[in-house]
Design a binder for this molecule. Structure first.
Ligand code: ADP
Ligand code: MG
Length: 340
């Protein structure tokens, strides 16, 4: 079983400036799997920009052209689970062997391998075997290899052997064509004016764009109302509001601990390890900045500290960001993540 979704194909993966390189590299790889210098092909980009869709499309196209090749799509998370299972069951070698006889291996969201050294190690061996035997590897990630954290150097260098192609946010025209294509496929008619209104106001990612149009269609049929620009305005307004992430203290802790690749539990723990203390202080600082919670309440939610600790954290963050360049980068990065 290839695990490929035939609905994610090249035909409905619309081309635009934002994805041209990745899309054409994908096509090149599909024409000659293992036979181009794009090996591995690494597609990276933010959430909802088409990484999963494109990686399936490549697999689907290869299967179409070379029915005898074994193609496997798997998420890095599932791969990791399978690996852990194999270790428990004492059949790690079977696991490795299974992957080594695949012709085209597609692993989605490899950032999930961060910090998981056992999985990285086993993947390293599988990768080498496949690559040496001219098999094709396709990877996706939410970050470029240079920005990946807690991935072993030897693996990162393999990632860079082939081609890394970025998926960016689509421009207005591409957003319009994606919407038109979707509506056409679903057999729904909608005035251009309305499609353009939605495309103009929802820019972040394709998933949200599609979500808005689906919700617009649902609203109209549910209320038996015609799809008018007024209805579109209401839906888009609601949609933009609902998808705006609520900046809660929980959310801040999640963002900060993700950024430093640790669990929220670690961030809250009693440890005095410097990088953990700093992560915690940053969470407190941003909680103060982005929520209306009192110092005492921030403290109690971030690892049961008192208000003085929070105050101290805020001062430390202020000081460090003016004296320590690396630290200032943390603050800027996190600020960007939290201020969307
Ligand atoms: P990611 O894996 O990067 O988070 P997905 O591949 O899940 O993103 O894409 C999110 C949604 O947007 C999917 O429904 C996908 O079909 C659609 N999509 C993304 N890019 C395009 C595109 N260029 N043309 C058509 N649909 C797209
Ligand atoms: Mg995805």
């Amino acid at each position: 079983e290839s695990q490929l979704n035939p609905n994610y194909n090249f035909e409905n993966f619309l081309e635009g400036d934002s994805n041209r390189l990745a899309r054409s590299a994908g096509l090149a790889v599909s024409a000659k799997p293992g036979g181009t210098s794009f090996n591995p092909l690494l597609v990276f980009g933010g959430v909802g920009l088409g990484k999963t869709h494109l990686s399936h499309a490549i697999g689907v196209q290869i299967k179409d052209k070379y029915p005898d090749k074994t193609v496997l799509y798997i998420s890095a998370e599932k791969f990791t689970q399978q690996y852990i299972e194999s270790v428990k069951k004492n059949n790690r070698n079977d696991f490795i062997h299974f992957y080594q006889i695949i012709d085209v291996l597609i692993i989605d969201d490899v950032q999930f391998f961060s910090g998981k050294s056992g999985t990285q190690d086993v993947f390293f061996h599988i990768f080498n075997h496949l690559h040496q035997n001219g098999k094709q590897v396709i990877l996706t990630s939410d970050k470029a290899p240079v920005d990946m954290q807690d991935i072993e150097q030897r693996l990162l260098s393999r990632f860079k052997w082939g081609l890394s192609a970025e998926l960016q946010s689509p421009d207005f025209e591409t957003r319009v064509s994606i919407l038109k294509n979707k509506l056409y496929r679903d057999g729904v008619e909608m005035p251009d004016e309305i499609i353009e209104y939605v495309a103009k106001n929802i820019k972040t990612n394709v998933r949200e764009l599609e979500g808005a149009i689906i919700s617009l269609i649902a609203q109209s049929s549910f209320n038996k109302k015609e799809i008018t620009i007024d209805l579109a305005k209401q839906v888009v307004e609601k949609f933009v509001k609902n998808t705006k992430r609520e900046v809660s203290i929980d959310y801040i802790q999640k963002v900060v601990s993700d950024y430093f690749q640790m669990d929220v539990d670690t961030l809250q723990s009693k440890t005095r390890k410097r990088h953990i203390v700093q992560a915690r202080q940053l969470a407190m600082f941003f909680a103060k900045k982005y929520t209306k919670a009192s110092l005492a309440s921030i403290g109690s939610q971030i690892g049961k500290r008192d208000h003085a600790t929070v105050l101290h954290a805020c001062k430390t963050v202020d000081n460090l960001s003016s004296t320590d360049k690396q630290f200032r980068k943390y603050v800027e990065d996190l600020n960007k993540k939290l201020s969307v």
